[in-house]
Design a protein around this ligand. Sequence first.
Ligand code: GLA
Ligand code: GLA
Length: 680
Amino acid sequence: MISTLHSRPGGADGDPAPRLAYGADYNPEQWPRDVWEEDVRLMREAGVNVVSVGIFSWARIQPAADQWDFGWLDEVMDLLHEGGIGVDLATATASPPPWLTTAHPEILPVTASGETLWPGARQHWRPTSPVFREHALRLVRAIASRYKDHPALVAWHVSNELGCHNVYDYSDDAARAFRGWLRARYGTLEALNHAWGTAFWSQRYSDWEQILPPRLAASHPNPTQQLDFKRFSSDALKDHLRAERDILREITPDVPVTTNFMVTPGTKGMNYADWAEEIDFVSNDHYVHPGPQDRDELSFSANLTSGIAGGRPWFLMEHSTSAVNWQPVNVAKRPGELARDSLLHVAHGADAVCFFQWRQSAAGAEKYHSAMVPHAGADSDLFRAVTGLGATLKTLAPVAGSEREPAKVGIVHDWESWWASEQDSHPTSLLDYRQEALDWYSALLRLGIRADLVTTRADLSRHQVLIAPVLHMVPADLAKDLTRYAEQGGHLITTYFSAVVDENDHVWLGGYPGALRDLLGLRIEEFGPLLAGDTVELDDATTGSVWTDRITVTDPQTQVLAHYRTGAQAGRPAVTRRETGGGSAAYVSTRLGVEGLTALLPRLLGPAGVESELPADIRGAVELTVRRGPDSRFLFLVNRTDSAVPVTGLAGEVLVGATAADGTLTLGPRDVAVLRQPTG
Ligand code: GLA
Ligand code: GLA
């Protein structure tokens, strides 16, 4: 059985033995009938045991408002079932058909400048359109009723990547729904006027009907209005998710419901920490953006997905076997990368490895996007790599269902701070929330120190060290929690532009960072952002960019770990640490980058008693993650380099990996090994 999925006795997924899921989006409607049988045969050959079907099938399933065509899908479901392949069946609502948008153009999204997003691509619907909602839910009900007892059905796949192209809609429907959302949040106009600071620029509202989404304006729209619109837009999509889910749960209470998140570079509109509890298991789509930190970023995203899932197993719903089609240049993966990328997700808790898509399209906008079966066909290195990975995943069956073993270090990821810190009219537009967090993560990888990405909803006290990069928005409760954390023995590390505003994006007054000033034992009178390309030297031989602060130490317990040596703050503190009775609170006032953080971190982690769990000779070359099952720990060792790395000094049964006659394990370039250690 696949731990996250539904199984029925004798059903497609009726095998009771635990295993990992392997598969793809499957779009049989793009192919003639005779290809379907070959598909199932090749899926079996590759070890595929689950596919997502029907994601973009609305026009095919419902060719007209009162016409339904399920015959083809019945056949597909039956064929897959006969092949022993489970179906994660989509609700097919992601892309409305032409008949619907022609009859109801009022479902089309509108941009901030009032342009309509027309049909012709996909996801051209307003999350708040009552007309769209009605048609979508009718479709969900029809599909769920038709397939509720189908033995191939193992999970429901709500829509697809909710918000991928339509998170921000500024239409009149959105305006109406936004007002409703604001009424629920604030209760009175007075409270809204206070929260939005409308005394500024004559923005005071005297009637709810005056309030609009932050449409294209003459200058910077009100920041709290912008922030609330981000919150609202995430909630509006979440509301759509719940509406579909409720119908699915009503008709099939035993079939788990998921939707594919996009914890991946470039997506920040959906607050997934807040969505996770709405679904039965977390799924994620991840695509590599080639660059110097690309695989660190993959690890970061997989790690964060695990954090969103509360450390429980999750489902990698999509990634690519090789190139994508939507980057400026779409780089093919090198040998070994397909498996390494996949297993890195498993290392971080994925119990499923799936791709977009099964068979590479011959037509349409994604025809140059790689797939499990490429244009060249099954006689290809790519399909052989796909089959090889299928075999590896079979070997890794014992890992299925295991959870992540908490690391000593946690890195906090907070959507509200992400949104708020990157808004316009700030001290700098160069601040990059995710990049700062990724730099800390990369530095920890270099030091061979395991860290968990966690959301502010997690139990933060689980970690001995908590790194909170650019935790910009710190409401009073969070300030209290973080203070208690450090006072009770935790080691907090935070950075520039943290703890500056409350939940309304109002500045905590009296000197920055107002919400944590006392805990950090310092006071900042003025920010000192740096121009693009400018750097400052610190007296510990590291270099800062993007930001500096004019810091005064206010507490005798605050130690200065590094001063600025150059620039406007020369001679002033740059990095500080205040002991808090067992714990500590450290502050890093500039962007040190991966190099600088790698140099600094041991000074911060040493007093917290955190060291690498890896043998010294492979730190930095190998990433370690640990999953824990009922009677075993699984150590995943990922070669971060392009050269072979011999591994000695780690005990365990080798589940995956090449061992020499003398028992030594060597990781080939980009290889992954998995060791199993029994637990008592
Ligand atoms: C997203 C979508 C898929 C496909 C891939 C291509 O993840 O969900 O339908 O478009 O991107 O990378
Ligand atoms: C202009 C405006 C002011 C203020 C400043 C800010 O001068 O008149 O209201 O916005 O810009 O620089």
